[in-house]
Ligand binder design. Structure first.
Ligand SMILES: Cc1ncc(COP(=O)(O)O)c(C=O)c1O
Length: 434
């Protein structure tokens, strides 16, 4: 890294001794000597331990929708934690958060809170299995639903490992996932109508749930083809399958009612985390009353920290702002300007690029004309993407190092930040062009 980086390197060496890879999540490790360690984050910026300042487009992998250390959220959290951070009883604030989620998300009648996206999807899958009395789960290649074993399959793999698109091979994303779970998971290429249709003809009546992100939120933000989410909906109706829409990244970000509002789609269940609490640990699963109300009637769901006060208070303050203020509209307008600007910088430089996603959460694949799933996204120029990102980081703009991870915007990103980012990007393209 061509910027002052000595303190990050030293801290990494120290961290290696007690933390595997020197971090608390594999995704935070970029490699030896290039992984930044952070000192503070405020608004749309972060500062590493060497004092380098960056315009941040990682937004903590998506949760920060308002801005880092957002005052109105922190103030509500401070006020509430003085009344106790945790109790084995329910507060009015939790009820209000559930009411706000149900009011904002069109397919949600009832809600249960959780602490992370992983927990939310794990619980949603159990509820779907309990509701249908079936065990198989269908998911799509390139989608990530958290670290639970049931769906940590084909989250990312080289195309050869995925087998033929007509009969895909589920690829576990980690050692330690029980091989027998292979019998319960079916992985399919995203946006492929025929393969979904054929697969369900064979296993439709054994399938408890189809779990799906609205877009490939963990692989270049590739959007659904027109009608694909509706097709899932109609197939779920045909076979009595629970449609779980995983809105952990899109919820309260691409629209107030997430992808349900954006695409007019009505899943049976939905999962949330990230933008729900502007960075505090809070998540939720929700859905139709008929399905959610089996919880507690022979169906277990809960957790000591599911009503943790910092998370609940942060969700309360964040949702209130998102609901009442033109925040997402502002992010959309600025994000659109950034997306358009990046696209024209590439086109002025004669570089083929395929933009994807939404202004609040977007990405681009370089060197390809069209991307519909993880298999063709694999053909994009990932090494060049990485060189561009490193050039941008050296100039004070930080998207994620991993090309699968979208750029995230927040309300605190100003028009001036967008201008600065576009200047930096033009420079990065100029210096990296072969
Ligand atoms: C779509 C989706 N679902 C679930 C998760 C897991 O959430 P968490 O990291 O809060 O466990 C993620 C995390 O990135 C995600 O993007």
């Amino acid at each position: 890294m061509n910027i002052p980086f000595e303190k990050s390197k030293a801290l990494q060496q120290r961290a290696f001794k007690t933390l595997p890879l020197g971090v608390n999540s594999n995704f935070r490790f970029w490699g030896e000597e290039i992984t930044p360690y952070i000192q503070k984050a405020k608004d749309g910026y972060l500062w590493d331990v060497d004092g380098n300042k960056f315009i941040d487009y990682r937004m903590a992998f998506g949760p920060i929708i308002l801005g880092h250390a957002y005052e109105a959220v922190n103030a509500k959290v401070h006020e509430e934690i003085d009344r106790g951070v945790l109790a084995a009883m329910t507060t009015e604030l939790e009820v209000e958060v559930a009411e706000m989620i149900a009011a904002m998300c069109p397919a949600v009648d009832m809600v249960r809170m959780a602490c992370s996206g992983t927990e939310a999807t794990m619980h949603a899958i159990r509820v779907a299995r309990a509701y249908t009395g079936r065990e198989k789960v269908v998911k799509f290649e390139g989608m990530y639903h958290g670290f639970q074993d049931y769906t940590l399959w084909s989250t990312y793999a080289p195309s050869e490992a995925l087998g033929n698109a007509n009969s895909p091979i589920p690829v576990p994303a980690s050692s330690g996932i029980p091989r027998r779970l292979n019998e319960l998971i079916v992985t399919l290429p995203f946006n492929n109508f025929d393969v979904l249709e054929k697969t369900l003809r064979s296993i439709g009546y054994q399938t408890a749930a189809i779990i799906c992100e609205p877009c490939l939120g963990n692989c270049g933000a590739v959007e659904p083809l027109p009608g694909f989410l509706d097709f899932i909906r109609s197939k779920c109706d045909e076979y009595g399958i629970v449609f779980i829409l995983d809105e952990v990244k899109t919820g309260f970000r691409i629209a107030r009612g997430g992808a349900q509002e954006y695409y007019g789609i009505r899943p049976d269940m939905a999962t949330y985390a990230k933008a729900l609490g502007n960075g505090y640990p809070v998540a939720a699963l929700g859905g139709k009353r008929e399905i959610m109300s089996i919880i507690g009637h022979g169906v277990s769901q809960g957790g000591t920290y599911t009503n943790n006060k910092p998370g609940i208070a942060a969700a309360w303050a964040t949702l209130k702002l998102l609901k009442d203020e033109p925040i997402l509209e502002t992010i959309e307008q600025r994000g659109r300007r950034l997306m358009d600007g990046i696209k024209s910088i590439f086109s002025d430089a004669g570089i083929q690029v395929c933009m994807s996603g939404y202004p609040a959460m977007f990405s681009f694949a370089i060197g390809v004309e069209k991307v519909t799933g993880q298999r063709d996204w694999n053909n994009s120029e990932k090494d060049y993407y990485l060189r561009l990102v490193e050039a941008a980081i050296e100039r004070g703009v930080m998207p994620d190092h991993d090309p699968r991870e979208p750029w995230f915007l927040c309300y605190s990103h100003s028009e001036a930040d967008i201008d600065e980012t576009l200047n930096v990007w033009a420079d990065a393209v100029r210096v990296t062009k072969q």
